[in-house]
Design a protein around this ligand. Structure first.
Ligand code: AMP
Length: 377
């Protein structure tokens, strides 16, 4: 095994958002330097990095120069183009590797990988035109969800189809040349497992959290999820298998549907720390961002032991647009942790920060974090 990349070294991150920021904070806490590559300046990551390089992802000379200046490159933005990933990987290890990005950047490839690995996914079919959508609906049934193969996130690029007569209009509305038709899952809840895998193949998984979404954007995560121990253990085992079979070195989040009859189905994979893992910053011995650092640097992974039940509520730009924020009132709630990403402009649906609360029970943590968010106005 290669020597670990030790504190004092410089780590590189592609993408300048809040995930990169929290990664950079973890890295700097452990004595690493951080360089960030982003098409923007004044980014959430740039604010806390040693060096912010502004260039487009397709400026491969800039990518190469960036990679030459660091010991390892990771990313917080999973739509890094393949050529960018290759250019970086020529000069520094890219972790997770390009093949992980390649698989997870496209729903068809991702679902085919999961199915061929024998892992549970909702029934789906890849489609390239309206006729194939109709054929898929006949096979899978309705309602169903039509999702673009690429560039979908937070519910963007997906349309629910109630019956076959909507096939053509849904296809036209999506405006893509590759998509999947997926069975609509009447789920009981959505769960996620954040996991990390080291250079030596060691895997650690946080206990599943339960996630609720609003307008397709994560709203609330609560850990541990109130599911039977057997379901939690199955989710963790599936997550471990995904990281092993995909050969991930780094952090990955596996999002699940838990169906009403207790079956787990993977919804999607994120090859990086995930919004549902933000509560690990306050609630676990090692947070997901430190795990990312440890994993990509070839260090042993940290403990995933929780300090206690916890809940995280997102703060979207909508809150800022709806009135003056009463930070004093929330700061006075001494059990509430405030995380803000330093974004200068609030927009609807934009993730500006989050709140985390630890409590004696997961339910109490959830109640309290929502109370804290409501106290902002
Ligand atoms: P995604 O971008 O695929 O994660 O989808 C965003 C959200 O849409 C999910 O978190 C679900 O709440 C919902 N959703 C996506 N796919 C399905 C499905 N097949 N059945 C029911 N709800 C879905």
């Amino acid at each position: 095994m290669s020597d670990p990349i030790t504190p004092g070294s410089i780590v590189g991150v592609l993408g300048g958002g809040q995930l990169g920021r929290m990664f950079a904070i973890a890295a700097r806490r452990m004595g690493y330097g951080v360089h960030v590559f982003s098409p923007d300046t004044d980014t959430p990551t740039g604010h806390v990095a040693d060096l912010e390089i502004k260039a487009d992802y397709d400026d491969l000379d800039a990518v190469a120069a960036f990679a030459k200046g660091v010991s390892v490159v990771s990313f917080e933005f999973e739509n890094v183009p393949a050529a960018t990933a290759q250019a970086a990987a020529r000069h520094a290890p890219l972790r997770p590797e390009g093949h992980v990005l390649h698989t997870t950047q496209n729903r068809v490839r991702e679902k085919n990988f999961l199915r061929s690995a024998g892992l549970p996914v909702a029934p789906f079919a890849a489609v390239r035109h309206a006729g194939e959508v109709r054929a898929a609906l006949r096979e899978i049934g309705t309602p169903a969800v039509l999702k673009t193969a690429s560039w979908g996130y937070d519910g963007k690029g997906q349309i629910v189809i109630a019956n076959e007569s909507e096939a053509a209009s849904a296809w036209d509305a999506l405006g893509t040349d590759e998509a999947v038709v997926e069975a609509f899952i009447d789920f009981d809840c959505e769960l996620s497992v954040v996991a990390a895998r080291g250079v030596d193949g060691e895997v650690v998984c946080y206990a599943p959290s339960v996630n609720t979404h609003r307008n397709h954007i994560l709203d609330l995560s609560v850990s541990p999820a109130p599911v039977p121990a057997e379901t939690a253990a199955d989710a963790v085992e599936i997550a471990r298998t995904v990281l092993e079979k995909l050969g991930v070195v780094g952090v990955m989040c596996i999002e699940f549907f838990l169906t009403r009859n207790g079956r787990l189905m993977i919804n999607e994979l994120a090859p990086r720390p995930h919004n549902s893992g933000h509560l690990t910053i306050d609630a676990h011995v090692t947070c997901q961002f430190e795990q990312q650092l440890r994993a990509i640097c070839g260090l042993p992974l940290g403990s995933v032991r929780p300090h206690g039940p916890a809940a995280m509520a997102n703060l979207l730009g909508d809150l800022w647009l709806e009135g003056e924020m009463n930070w004093r009132r929330v700061a006075a709630m001494d059990d509430v942790k405030i995380h803000l990403y330093g974004k200068r402009e609030a927009r609807r649906g934009r993730k500006m920060g989050h709140l985390t609360v630890l409590a004696d029970t997961a339910e109490a943590a959830a109640t309290r974090v929502l109370e804290a968010r409501a106290a902002l106005h």
